[in-house]
Write a protein that binds this ligand. Structure first.
Ligand SMILES: CC(C)(COP(=O)(O)OP(=O)(O)OC[C@H]1O[C@@H](n2cnc3c(N)ncnc32)[C@H](O)[C@@H]1OP(=O)(O)O)[C@@H](O)C(=O)NCCC(=O)NCCS
Length: 296
C-alpha cells in the first residue's frame, strides 16, 4: 500500500461509525445491540481510563508491557469498541493490510460469542486476552494468531533458543475457527516471519513458541497419529515440563468454566470429547504442554 492509500485508510478509519466498527470486530447479531448501546452512549470514566492505557501502550511500542487497568468487563468492551478507529490508524501507519486488521479484530466478535455460549449473556470474561490485539502486538495471519513477545519461558526447565538473551519470538495461539489441517497451518506459518520482518523490523523473530493443552503429551497416546491435533503438536520441539492445568481442556472443548463440571452431562460424540472426559474419569489431570519451532 502506498502512502496515499495508507492515509486514505487512516482517514476512513478515523471516520468509522458504529456499524463499520462492529463489522471490523465481526460482532454477531446477538451482541450488536449491546455494543451499539456502549458505543453510542456517553463514554464511561472507566472505559476512558482503559482507552488512555491502551493508547499509552500503543505509542510506547511493543517493548513496553501494557498496564492492566482495573475495570469491569463491560468497560473493557466499551474501550475496545471506542479505541478501534485509533488502532486501525496505527495499523495503517505501519502498512498492515486491511484484511489482517479485520482477521485480527474478528477475535472480539468471537470472544463475545464464546462468552454467550459459556455464560448465556453479553460479556467477555476473556477481555484481558484482547489487550494483546489492542496494543498492537498480536495478529491473525491465516489460521493462527501470533503474539510478538520475549522474556522468560513459562515452563519450568526452560529451553527455547534465544529466550535467555531476550530474543523476540512469536507466541502461537489457536483461535476456535475451524480445523487445524496441516496445509492450513503450514500456509499460516509461512506468513508469519515475512509479516513481522516487514512491519516490526526492530524486533526480528526466528522462533515461535506455543503453550497449550493441545501440546499435552497425553494426546499423542490417545488420538490417531494422523489427526490434525497430533500433527500440529508434532511440529513443535517440546521444552520444559508440562504444568497441571485442569480446566483448559474442558473449557476449550466444552466451553464451560466449571472446575468441577457435571461430567456425565457433557457430550461424548467426538474422539476429542471422549478423550478429555475419560482422562478426568480416570483421575488424570490435563496439562499445559510447551513447544517451540523455527519459523520458515
Ligand atoms: C484445536 C481444534 C482446532 C482442532 O480441530 P480439528 O482440526 O478438528 O482436530 P482433529 O481433526 O485432530 O480432531 C480430532 C477429533 O476431535 C474432534 N474435535 C475437534 N475440535 C473439537 C471441538 N471443539 N469440540 C469437540 N470435538 C472436537 C474432531 O471432531 C475429531 O473427532 P472424531 O475423531 O470423533 O471425528 C479445535 O479443537 C478447536 O477449535 N479448539 C478450540 C480452540 C483451542 O483449543 N485452542 C487452543 C487454546 S490453548
Amino acid at each position: 500500500m502506498n502512502r496515499a492509500d495508507r492515509l486514505e485508510t487512516m482517514m476512513d478509519a478515523a471516520l468509522l461509525t458504529t456499524e463499520p466498527i462492529l463489522d471490523y470486530l465481526a460482532v454477531a447479531a446477538a451482541d450488536r445491540a449491546a455494543c451499539v448501546q456502549l458505543l453510542e452512549g456517553t463514554p464511561g470514566p472507566a472505559a476512558v481510563e482503559v482507552i488512555a492505557a491502551l493508547r499509552t501502550s500503543l505509542c510506547a511500542g511493543v517493548s513496553e508491557l501494557p498496564v492492566l487497568v482495573q475495570a469491569d468487563e463491560t468497560d473493557w468492551i466499551e474501550a475496545f469498541l471506542r479505541f478501534t478507529p485509533e488502532l486501525l490508524c496505527w495499523h495503517a501507519e505501519r502498512g498492515i493490510a486491511d484484511e489482517v486488521s479485520r482477521a485480527t479484530l474478528a477475535d472480539v466478535g468471537r470472544n463475545l460469542e464464546i462468552n454467550r455460549r459459556v455464560h448465556g449473556r453479553f460479556g467477555m470474561d476473556t477481555h484481558t486476552w484482547l489487550i494483546h490485539h489492542f496494543t498492537g502486538r498480536l495478529y491473525q495471519l491465516g489460521r493462527l494468531q501470533y503474539l510478538l513477545h520475549r522474556g522468560a519461558v513459562p515452563a519450568a526447565g526452560g529451553g527455547i533458543p534465544g529466550a535467555e538473551s531476550g530474543d523476540w519470538r512469536l507466541g502461537i495461539h489457536i483461535p476456535e475457527s475451524g480445523g487445524l489441517d496441516p496445509e492450513t497451518v503450514h500456509a499460516s506459518l509461512d506468513l508469519a516471519r515475512p509479516f513481522f520482518t516487514r512491519h516490526f523490523p526492530d524486533q526480528p523473530v526466528r522462533i515461535a513458541d506455543c503453550a497449550s493443552w493441545l501440546l499435552d503429551p497425553y494426546i499423542a497416546g490417545y488420538l490417531d497419529s494422523d489427526s490434525n491435533i497430533v500433527r500440529f503438536a508434532n511440529r513443535f520441539t517440546p521444552y520444559g515440563h508440562p504444568l497441571d492445568a485442569p480446566t483448559d481442556a474442558v473449557y476449550f472443548t466444552f466451553r464451560t468454566r466449571s472446575s468441577d463440571p457435571e461430567l456425565a452431562s457433557l457430550p461424548r460424540r467426538t474422539s476429542l470429547q471422549r478423550m478429555v472426559l475419560e482422562r478426568i474419569d480416570d483421575g488424570g489431570c490435563w496439562q499445559l504442554g510447551f513447544g517451540y519451532l523455527e519459523l520458515p
